[in-house]
Design a protein around this ligand. Sequence first.
Ligand code: TA6
Length: 305
Amino acid sequence: MNSPAIGELNDEFSIQDGNNSLHFENGTGDIPVAVIKNEQAKAVISLQGAQLLSWVPAAGDEMIWVSPDACFMPGKSVRGGVPVCWPWFGAHVSNPDLPAHGFARTSLWRVADVGVTITGESEITFRLDSRTLTDAVQAMWPQATTLDLSLTLGTSLQLALTSTNHSDQDMKITQALHTYFAIDDIASTLVYGLEGRDYLDKSDGFSRKTQDGPVVINTEVDRVYLQTADDVMIDDNKRKILIKKQGSQTTVVWNPWQAVAEKMGDLGKDGYRKMVCVESANAADDVVVLEPGGRHTLSVTYSLG
Ligand code: TA6
Protein backbone atom coordinates (compact mmCIF):
# COMPACT_ATOMS: atom_id res chain seq x y z
CA MET A 1 0.00 0.00 0.00
CA ASN A 2 1.54 3.34 -0.96
CA SER A 3 0.54 5.58 1.87
CA PRO A 4 0.37 9.25 0.93
CA ALA A 5 3.24 11.33 2.27
CA ILE A 6 2.33 12.86 5.61
CA GLY A 7 3.97 16.13 4.57
CA GLU A 8 1.79 16.40 1.47
CA LEU A 9 -1.35 15.66 3.49
CA ASN A 10 -0.48 18.35 6.02
CA ASP A 11 0.45 20.84 3.30
CA GLU A 12 -2.95 20.40 1.64
CA PHE A 13 -5.32 19.72 4.52
CA SER A 14 -3.95 20.60 7.96
CA ILE A 15 -5.85 23.18 10.04
CA GLN A 16 -4.71 25.37 12.90
CA ASP A 17 -7.55 27.77 13.60
CA GLY A 18 -7.68 28.94 17.20
CA ASN A 19 -8.59 25.88 19.26
CA ASN A 20 -9.38 23.89 16.15
CA SER A 21 -6.56 21.72 14.82
CA LEU A 22 -6.34 18.94 12.27
CA HIS A 23 -3.11 17.31 11.20
CA PHE A 24 -1.81 14.00 9.87
CA GLU A 25 0.84 11.70 11.28
CA ASN A 26 1.96 8.13 10.92
CA GLY A 27 -0.05 6.05 13.37
CA THR A 28 0.56 2.54 14.67
CA GLY A 29 1.90 0.29 11.95
CA ASP A 30 2.95 3.43 10.05
CA ILE A 31 -0.60 3.79 8.75
CA PRO A 32 -1.46 7.47 8.29
CA VAL A 33 -4.02 8.94 10.68
CA ALA A 34 -5.84 12.25 10.93
CA VAL A 35 -5.71 13.81 14.42
CA ILE A 36 -8.49 16.31 15.12
CA LYS A 37 -8.85 18.51 18.22
CA ASN A 38 -11.31 21.25 19.09
CA GLU A 39 -12.96 22.68 22.21
CA GLN A 40 -15.63 19.96 22.22
CA ALA A 41 -13.61 16.80 21.59
CA LYS A 42 -10.67 15.06 19.94
CA ALA A 43 -10.61 12.19 17.48
CA VAL A 44 -8.20 9.97 15.51
CA ILE A 45 -9.16 8.45 12.16
CA SER A 46 -7.03 6.03 10.12
CA LEU A 47 -6.74 6.61 6.38
CA GLN A 48 -6.95 2.84 6.07
CA GLY A 49 -10.67 2.22 6.00
CA ALA A 50 -11.47 5.82 7.09
CA GLN A 51 -11.66 4.02 10.43
CA LEU A 52 -12.38 6.11 13.52
CA LEU A 53 -10.01 4.83 16.20
CA SER A 54 -10.65 7.27 19.03
CA TRP A 55 -13.28 9.81 20.06
CA VAL A 56 -12.89 11.59 23.40
CA PRO A 57 -15.41 14.32 24.29
CA ALA A 58 -13.90 17.25 26.19
CA ALA A 59 -15.99 16.46 29.26
CA GLY A 60 -15.59 12.71 29.15
CA ASP A 61 -13.58 9.56 28.54
CA GLU A 62 -12.81 7.48 25.46
CA MET A 63 -16.03 6.44 23.74
CA ILE A 64 -14.55 4.02 21.23
CA TRP A 65 -12.91 0.67 22.03
CA VAL A 66 -9.84 -0.65 20.23
CA SER A 67 -8.43 -4.03 21.22
CA PRO A 68 -5.13 -3.94 23.08
CA ASP A 69 -4.18 -6.83 20.77
CA ALA A 70 -5.34 -5.16 17.55
CA CYS A 71 -3.09 -5.80 14.57
CA PHE A 72 -2.13 -2.62 12.72
CA MET A 73 -0.91 -3.84 9.34
CA PRO A 74 -1.66 -2.47 5.88
CA GLY A 75 -4.60 -4.37 4.42
CA LYS A 76 -5.65 -5.93 7.74
CA SER A 77 -8.81 -4.81 9.52
CA VAL A 78 -8.13 -3.31 12.95
CA ARG A 79 -10.12 -4.89 15.80
CA GLY A 80 -12.09 -1.99 17.17
CA GLY A 81 -12.96 1.57 16.29
CA VAL A 82 -15.56 2.00 13.54
CA PRO A 83 -14.84 -0.38 10.67
CA VAL A 84 -16.77 0.54 7.50
CA CYS A 85 -18.43 -2.62 6.21
CA TRP A 86 -19.06 -2.03 2.48
CA PRO A 87 -20.19 -2.93 -0.23
CA TRP A 88 -21.44 -5.97 1.63
CA PHE A 89 -22.07 -6.77 5.29
CA GLY A 90 -20.93 -10.10 6.72
CA ALA A 91 -20.05 -12.97 4.40
CA HIS A 92 -20.39 -12.28 0.65
CA VAL A 93 -23.72 -13.69 -0.51
CA SER A 94 -22.26 -15.95 -3.18
CA ASN A 95 -18.46 -16.05 -3.01
CA PRO A 96 -16.98 -17.33 0.29
CA ASP A 97 -13.49 -16.43 -0.95
CA LEU A 98 -14.25 -12.71 -0.73
CA PRO A 99 -13.41 -10.87 2.50
CA ALA A 100 -16.07 -10.65 5.20
CA HIS A 101 -17.61 -7.19 5.43
CA GLY A 102 -16.25 -6.12 2.03
CA PHE A 103 -13.05 -4.28 1.13
CA ALA A 104 -13.65 -0.67 2.25
CA ARG A 105 -12.25 -1.22 5.74
CA THR A 106 -8.91 -2.56 4.48
CA SER A 107 -8.41 -0.11 1.61
CA LEU A 108 -6.47 3.15 1.78
CA TRP A 109 -8.86 6.09 1.38
CA ARG A 110 -7.88 9.61 0.36
CA VAL A 111 -8.82 12.88 2.02
CA ALA A 112 -11.39 14.78 -0.04
CA ASP A 113 -12.20 17.78 2.16
CA VAL A 114 -11.66 19.31 5.58
CA GLY A 115 -13.20 22.29 7.36
CA VAL A 116 -14.52 24.00 10.48
CA THR A 117 -18.22 24.88 10.81
CA ILE A 118 -19.38 28.30 12.04
CA THR A 119 -20.15 26.65 15.40
CA GLY A 120 -16.58 25.36 15.68
CA GLU A 121 -17.16 21.71 14.74
CA SER A 122 -14.39 19.98 12.79
CA GLU A 123 -15.24 18.28 9.52
CA ILE A 124 -13.32 15.84 7.37
CA THR A 125 -14.40 13.75 4.36
CA PHE A 126 -12.56 10.63 3.24
CA ARG A 127 -13.17 9.17 -0.22
CA LEU A 128 -12.81 5.74 -1.76
CA ASP A 129 -13.23 5.60 -5.53
CA SER A 130 -13.50 2.03 -6.74
CA ARG A 131 -11.85 3.08 -10.00
CA THR A 132 -8.60 3.83 -8.14
CA LEU A 133 -8.48 0.61 -6.14
CA THR A 134 -6.18 -2.36 -6.67
CA ASP A 135 -6.87 -4.79 -9.52
CA ALA A 136 -7.81 -7.41 -6.92
CA VAL A 137 -10.47 -5.16 -5.45
CA GLN A 138 -11.76 -4.08 -8.87
CA ALA A 139 -12.11 -7.75 -9.73
CA MET A 140 -14.36 -8.12 -6.66
CA TRP A 141 -16.30 -4.97 -7.45
CA PRO A 142 -16.13 -3.82 -11.09
CA GLN A 143 -19.00 -1.34 -10.74
CA ALA A 144 -17.73 2.27 -10.78
CA THR A 145 -18.64 3.57 -7.32
CA THR A 146 -17.57 6.36 -5.00
CA LEU A 147 -17.83 6.00 -1.24
CA ASP A 148 -17.49 9.03 1.05
CA LEU A 149 -17.21 9.00 4.81
CA SER A 150 -17.83 12.41 6.33
CA LEU A 151 -17.10 12.96 10.03
CA THR A 152 -18.31 15.97 12.01
CA LEU A 153 -16.80 16.36 15.48
CA GLY A 154 -18.50 18.59 18.03
CA THR A 155 -20.30 17.89 21.30
CA SER A 156 -21.63 14.86 19.39
CA LEU A 157 -20.01 12.82 16.65
CA GLN A 158 -21.66 12.38 13.27
CA LEU A 159 -20.62 9.88 10.61
CA ALA A 160 -22.21 9.92 7.15
CA LEU A 161 -21.47 7.14 4.66
CA THR A 162 -22.50 8.07 1.11
CA SER A 163 -22.44 5.60 -1.80
CA THR A 164 -22.70 6.90 -5.38
CA ASN A 165 -23.32 4.61 -8.36
CA HIS A 166 -21.39 5.86 -11.41
CA SER A 167 -22.21 2.76 -13.45
CA ASP A 168 -25.04 2.24 -15.93
CA GLN A 169 -26.60 -0.62 -13.97
CA ASP A 170 -28.49 -0.99 -10.70
CA MET A 171 -26.18 -1.71 -7.76
CA LYS A 172 -27.08 -3.68 -4.60
CA ILE A 173 -25.27 -2.73 -1.42
CA THR A 174 -25.34 -3.87 2.18
CA GLN A 175 -23.28 -1.92 4.69
CA ALA A 176 -22.61 -1.07 8.31
CA LEU A 177 -20.80 1.34 10.55
CA HIS A 178 -19.50 -1.48 12.76
CA THR A 179 -18.87 0.59 15.88
CA TYR A 180 -17.08 -0.85 18.91
CA PHE A 181 -18.23 1.20 21.91
CA ALA A 182 -16.11 1.30 25.06
CA ILE A 183 -18.14 0.21 28.10
CA ASP A 184 -17.39 -0.17 31.78
CA ASP A 185 -18.30 -3.86 31.88
CA ILE A 186 -20.54 -6.03 29.72
CA ALA A 187 -22.32 -7.42 32.81
CA SER A 188 -23.74 -3.98 33.62
CA THR A 189 -24.56 -3.02 30.04
CA LEU A 190 -28.01 -2.93 28.48
CA VAL A 191 -29.02 -1.86 24.96
CA TYR A 192 -32.40 -0.12 24.70
CA GLY A 193 -34.49 0.76 21.66
CA LEU A 194 -34.84 -2.64 20.01
CA GLU A 195 -37.70 -3.92 22.14
CA GLY A 196 -40.26 -5.84 20.09
CA ARG A 197 -38.08 -5.89 16.98
CA ASP A 198 -37.47 -9.06 14.97
CA TYR A 199 -33.86 -10.15 14.58
CA LEU A 200 -31.80 -12.87 12.94
CA ASP A 201 -29.79 -14.66 15.61
CA LYS A 202 -26.44 -15.47 13.98
CA SER A 203 -25.38 -17.40 17.09
CA ASP A 204 -28.38 -19.71 16.57
CA GLY A 205 -28.37 -20.51 12.87
CA PHE A 206 -29.76 -17.11 11.85
CA SER A 207 -33.09 -18.13 13.38
CA ARG A 208 -35.67 -15.32 13.42
CA LYS A 209 -36.68 -14.15 16.92
CA THR A 210 -38.30 -11.15 18.60
CA GLN A 211 -36.52 -8.94 21.13
CA ASP A 212 -38.13 -9.04 24.56
CA GLY A 213 -37.12 -6.01 26.64
CA PRO A 214 -33.67 -4.37 26.46
CA VAL A 215 -30.76 -6.45 25.10
CA VAL A 216 -28.95 -8.21 27.95
CA ILE A 217 -25.50 -9.57 27.08
CA ASN A 218 -24.48 -12.56 29.19
CA THR A 219 -23.44 -14.93 26.40
CA GLU A 220 -22.44 -14.60 22.75
CA VAL A 221 -24.81 -12.08 21.15
CA ASP A 222 -24.78 -11.67 17.37
CA ARG A 223 -28.12 -10.26 16.27
CA VAL A 224 -29.25 -8.51 13.09
CA TYR A 225 -32.34 -6.44 13.98
CA LEU A 226 -34.44 -5.92 10.86
CA GLN A 227 -36.63 -3.07 9.63
CA THR A 228 -35.71 -0.72 12.43
CA ALA A 229 -34.77 2.94 11.98
CA ASP A 230 -35.15 3.53 15.71
CA ASP A 231 -32.76 5.34 18.03
CA VAL A 232 -30.80 3.07 20.34
CA MET A 233 -29.20 3.72 23.74
CA ILE A 234 -26.34 1.88 25.43
CA ASP A 235 -26.40 2.14 29.23
CA ASP A 236 -23.43 0.61 31.06
CA ASN A 237 -24.49 1.98 34.43
CA LYS A 238 -21.73 4.62 34.19
CA ARG A 239 -22.87 6.53 31.10
CA LYS A 240 -25.54 6.50 28.43
CA ILE A 241 -24.55 6.57 24.75
CA LEU A 242 -27.29 7.69 22.38
CA ILE A 243 -27.31 6.49 18.77
CA LYS A 244 -29.54 8.32 16.29
CA LYS A 245 -29.45 7.15 12.67
CA GLN A 246 -30.85 7.93 9.23
CA GLY A 247 -30.77 5.88 6.05
CA SER A 248 -30.34 2.68 8.05
CA GLN A 249 -32.98 -0.05 8.39
CA THR A 250 -30.86 -2.55 10.33
CA THR A 251 -29.17 -2.47 13.73
CA VAL A 252 -26.65 -5.14 14.65
CA VAL A 253 -25.69 -5.93 18.25
CA TRP A 254 -22.59 -8.06 18.74
CA ASN A 255 -20.47 -9.29 21.58
CA PRO A 256 -18.51 -12.50 20.96
CA TRP A 257 -18.37 -13.46 24.66
CA GLN A 258 -15.43 -15.40 26.05
CA ALA A 259 -15.14 -18.58 23.96
CA VAL A 260 -15.47 -16.89 20.56
CA ALA A 261 -13.28 -13.99 21.70
CA GLU A 262 -10.47 -16.33 22.71
CA LYS A 263 -10.50 -17.94 19.24
CA MET A 264 -10.29 -14.55 17.53
CA GLY A 265 -6.80 -13.85 18.84
CA ASP A 266 -6.96 -10.06 18.50
CA LEU A 267 -9.65 -9.19 21.00
CA GLY A 268 -7.33 -9.16 23.98
CA LYS A 269 -7.70 -10.96 27.30
CA ASP A 270 -11.19 -10.27 28.60
CA GLY A 271 -11.55 -7.62 25.88
CA TYR A 272 -15.09 -8.84 25.32
CA ARG A 273 -16.04 -7.43 28.73
CA LYS A 274 -15.05 -3.90 27.73
CA MET A 275 -16.80 -3.54 24.39
CA VAL A 276 -20.15 -3.84 22.70
CA CYS A 277 -20.77 -3.40 18.98
CA VAL A 278 -23.96 -1.54 18.08
CA GLU A 279 -23.88 -1.19 14.32
CA SER A 280 -26.06 1.06 12.17
CA ALA A 281 -26.48 -0.88 8.96
CA ASN A 282 -28.45 -2.02 5.95
CA ALA A 283 -28.01 -5.79 5.97
CA ALA A 284 -29.78 -9.13 5.42
CA ASP A 285 -33.23 -8.31 3.97
CA ASP A 286 -32.50 -4.56 4.12
CA VAL A 287 -30.55 -4.25 0.85
CA VAL A 288 -29.94 -0.80 -0.67
CA VAL A 289 -30.52 -0.70 -4.44
CA LEU A 290 -28.77 2.21 -6.18
CA GLU A 291 -29.96 3.07 -9.67
CA PRO A 292 -27.41 4.37 -12.22
CA GLY A 293 -26.29 7.77 -10.95
CA GLY A 294 -28.09 7.09 -7.67
CA ARG A 295 -26.79 8.05 -4.22
CA HIS A 296 -27.53 6.76 -0.70
CA THR A 297 -26.38 8.04 2.69
CA LEU A 298 -26.33 6.12 5.94
CA SER A 299 -25.70 8.58 8.77
CA VAL A 300 -25.42 8.23 12.51
CA THR A 301 -24.99 10.64 15.41
CA TYR A 302 -23.44 9.50 18.67
CA SER A 303 -23.84 11.57 21.84
CA LEU A 304 -23.64 11.23 25.61
CA GLY A 305 -27.04 11.03 27.35
O1 TA6 B 1 -21.31 -7.53 13.11
C1 TA6 B 1 -21.16 -8.76 13.76
C2 TA6 B 1 -20.24 -9.65 12.94
O2 TA6 B 1 -20.78 -9.89 11.66
C3 TA6 B 1 -19.98 -10.93 13.72
O3 TA6 B 1 -20.63 -12.03 13.14
C4 TA6 B 1 -18.45 -11.06 13.71
O4 TA6 B 1 -18.04 -11.76 12.55
C5 TA6 B 1 -18.06 -9.58 13.70
O5 TA6 B 1 -18.96 -9.01 12.75
C6 TA6 B 1 -16.60 -9.30 13.44
O6 TA6 B 1 -16.28 -9.61 12.11
P1 TA6 B 1 -14.73 -9.44 11.68
O7 TA6 B 1 -14.71 -9.82 10.22
O8 TA6 B 1 -14.33 -8.02 11.92
O9 TA6 B 1 -13.96 -10.38 12.58
